[in-house]
Design a protein around this ligand. Structure first.
Ligand SMILES: O=CC(=O)O
Length: 333
């Protein structure tokens, strides 16, 4: 029998050496396909037969599209592990994988600092409305005419964290260094040790009390449009919204309307419903700080993420298991 195969969907930028080293135990392959149709044809051709584990990146979506119930049946019978290089795995339909006995890992923890840093940058940028002045300055008009609005200090403001996972908890610590008061809502109340003493409140209370609302929950079929018109109505006038999670946890159309009405004073966004498209109402609003999904975009974090994901491919090939699986599959291991 030949070596097992590992399939690379996407590109490894920093941990190439670790990936290449896997060739001692596995045959490493990449798809020739450049579209979902071609990828399905390639699956059908049998070229991937013998692939045990796939390493996938966010960007490989451009080739495979969503790893969903239409695609999963085309995978070779041999495929048992999908290693997703990212904390968020909304591009992978977990029930579809589970029903085929495919285990999925993600990259938790390593993303927390860089994403929470980005989150903090957006909180400060949005509170201070810095984007307005950054635009004026680059347009050669110093502070602009009329001058930019006065911003708001983070000190003493209530930061509501929706989703108190690794990133939410990391953000809590960082926000407290800016003297923000942190409250949170999570499906489950955390132990005091995990929450660091942040106050646990109901979802409605979070909406009603937050001066800044930070979205740190994963995107899945249950969390789509968690924040929409009805939720904006429950918020304070002049609230600031920050999202580094996934665009679709918030209804972008409703956000634009809430910004236009003044209900939302400003927003800081790293993620969008239909990346790389951005709602024109967001682009047009200088109060909105926009980043092109850069939460983990640092050399150090990208390297750690790739190494973790390769570690999972290695564990799959050598031990027939993953070092971590997504929470939905915890019962399967
Ligand atoms: O968006 C980045 C990630 O999910 O890690």
């Amino acid at each position: 029998m030949g070596k097992p195969k590992a399939l690379l969907l996407g590109i490894i930028d920093h941990a190439q050496e670790s990936w290449n080293k896997l060739s001692e135990t596995a045959e490493l392959m990449t798809p020739n396909a450049r579209s979902r149709e071609e990828f399905i044809e390639e699956c059908k051709s049998g070229r991937f037969d013998g692939v045990v584990a796939a390493y996938r990146t966010f960007a490989s979506f451009a080739i495979t599209g969503q790893i969903d119930k239409d695609l999963v049946p085309h995978f070779p019978e041999s495929l048992k592990f999908i290693c997703n290089n990212g904390a968020g795995y909304d591009q992978v339909d977990i029930p579809a994988c589970s029903s085929r006995g495919i285990l999925v890992s993600n990259v938790p923890k390593m993303v927390d600092d860089a994403t929470a840093d980005t989150n903090m940058f957006l909180i400060l940028g949005a509170l201070r409305a810095f984007n307005v002045s950054m635009i004026n300055l680059r347009n050669g008009s110093w502070r602009g005419h009329p001058p930019p609005p006065l911003g708001h200090d983070p000190q003493g403001k209530v930061l509501g964290i929706l989703g108190m996972g690794g990133i939410g908890r990391n953000l809590k610590k960082k926000a407290e260094a800016f003297d923000m008061k942190v409250i949170y809502y999570n499906r489950k109340k955390l132990s005091d040790e995990l929450s660091g003493g942040a106050e646990y409140v109901s979802f409605d209370e979070l909406l009603a009390r937050s001066d800044v609302l930070s979205l740190n929950l994963p995107l899945n079929p249950h969390t789509r449009h968690t924040i929409s018109t009805k939720e904006f109505e429950k918020m304070k006038m002049g609230v600031v919204i920050v999202n580094t999670a996934r665009g679709a946890v918030m209804d972008e159309d409703a956000l634009v309307k809430a910004l236009d009405s003044g209900k939302v004073w400003s927003a800081g966004l790293d993620v969008y419903e239909e990346e790389p498209k951005i709602h024109p109402g967001l682009v047009a609003n200088p109060h909105v700080c926009l980043l092109p999904h850069m939460g983990t975009w640092t050399v150090e974090t990208q390297t750690k993420m790739e190494e973790w994901n390769i570690g999972n491919v290695r564990a799959a090939l050598e031990k027939g298991k993953l070092n971590n699986v997504v929470p939905e599959q915890a019962e399967m291991v």
